[in-house]
Design a protein around this ligand. Structure first.
Ligand code: URA
Length: 407
């Protein structure tokens, strides 16, 4: 067996055996296969795809590359949640406290930002003192006590994904559906939850650009998860426009807190209520409508917010200083009309350049950098009204039309 043959076989669209996949991927993990050959194989997979069986085998190879977490000592229902990523997606910060306030454990292992999409870990680390590098024991103790904890992906959990994801990110191979399935499912299965809700984002600001691909991804996720007796439910939700009004880290924490305080009249709040209700319905095995009533009550009676405060404090966070960058620039509308589009991708890039994300993995994030969208899609705007506000490294010039369409 050799890499050159394996790459050529996949390039011709042939099926690779588990042994061949293991030779290539485990070889790369052990640094016996160079990254140029792994990049070529990933690109061949992007072009010719994988069968269901190959995708299952690859997921298995990913899972077995590290340790798994055993949550069986926690005697509550456990429902994990994953989003395929988007601009302004702070849903974990809102959903975790709601769902856990209703007696369902949310064991959340999250990542940092990649590309232009932000990561939950970076958002939480923008809270002074908040610790995300929990040991396995600490994570389990916090789940037992609070039913919700967030930890960064530890080195020993699916190390294959950590290595392959970085390579995919810089070789234009992030969009392959079988590669997305093995990346996400391996982490969820190794993370120990028996029920998983996956929010598949579709649109210009998402990894998955078309509804056709989103449906294929959903089907593939469910089929592969069934080999592990895990229940996967999927939602397909739009990502053409940023989610909510805040894009950045601390600024997103502040927006999440508003929703948790019961400010629920927004698309962001509606999406969080929808996802949380599905998770409560799955965990408690109750009808969706009943779960939705419980979710609404938790937001209204302050339980969800209190749960958020407990979660933050238990991981060392201080909610007393959540200030934003002092470098502020207000962008005014050049015209009167209705906002018909806010370009998610461009807004994501802008947030990155302000300091809210990293251009390279080594770069430091400015926790107070970000964007607030004073006007969002569907809202009326008059010439001279504030369209959006920038915090952080302010650009010397900016062309509003690249970000907003007003008609
Ligand atoms: N999120 C992941 O963790 N992996 C992917 O491949 C895509 C989104």
């Amino acid at each position: 067996m050799n890499m050159k043959e394996i790459i050529a076989k996949k390039k011709r669209g042939e099926v690779l055996s588990k042994e061949e996949l293991s030779f290539a991927f485990n070889g790369y993990l052990k640094e016996e296969v160079p990254s140029y050959q792994m990049s070529a194989l990933l690109m061949a997979i992007c072009f010719t795809g994988m069968t269901l069986e190959e995708t299952y085998h690859l997921t298995d190879i990913f899972i077995k590359s590290g340790n798994t977490l055993d949550l069986s000592t926690i005697l509550y229902p456990k429902v994990d949640k994953h989003s395929t990523g988007g601009i302004g997606d702070k849903t974990t910060l809102i959903i975790g406290p709601i769902v856990s306030s209703l007696g369902v454990v949310v064991p959340k292992m999250s990542g940092r930002g990649l590309g232009i999409t932000g990561g939950t870990i970076d958002k939480l680390e923008s809270i002074p003192g908040f610790r995300t590098a929990l040991s396995k024991e600490e994570f389990l103790t916090l789940l037992q006590k609070n039913l919700f904890a967030v930890t960064s992906q530890t080195e020993d959990l699916v190390p294959m994904d950590q290595k392959i994801y970085k390579l995919r990110d810089v070789t234009g191979t992030t969009e392959s559906l079988p590669l997305i399935v093995s990346s996400i499912l391996s982490k969820k299965i190794a993370g120990g939850a028996n029920q998983i809700l996956i929010d598949i984002k579709v649109g210009e600001g998402a990894l998955v650009k078309t509804m056709e691909d989103a449906l294929k991804l959903s089907d593939l996720m469910k089929r592969v998860a069934s080999f592990y007796n895990r229940e996967v439910q999927t939602l397909i939700t739009p990502m053409d426009t940023p989610l909510g009004r805040a894009i950045g880290n601390r600024i997103e924490v502040l927006e999440a807190m508003e929703v948790l305080k019961g400010n629920v009249h927004s698309t962001l709040a509606e999406l969080c209520i929808q996802i949380a209700s599905h998770m409560v319905s799955m965990g408690k095995k109750i009808p969706y409508d009943e779960a939705k009533e419980q979710v609404a009550a938790s937001l209204q009676n302050g339980k969800a917010y209190q749960q958020f405060v407990t979660f933050i404090q238990s991981q060392g966070g201080l909610l007393t200083d959540l200030s934003l960058s002092e470098n502020v620039q207000v962008i005014k509308s050049p015209t009167t009309g209705k906002v018909t589009k806010v370009h998610a991708y461009k807004i994501g890039e802008l947030a990155l350049s302000l300091g809210a994300g990293r251009m390279s993995l080594e770069e430091e994030i400015d926790p107070g950098a970000g964007i607030y969208l004073n006007k969002i899609v569907g809202e009326e705007v008059k010439e001279g009204d504030t369209l959006f506000t920038l915090y952080g490294k302010i650009p010397s010039s900016l062309s509003i039309e690249e970000y907003y369409e007003i008609n």
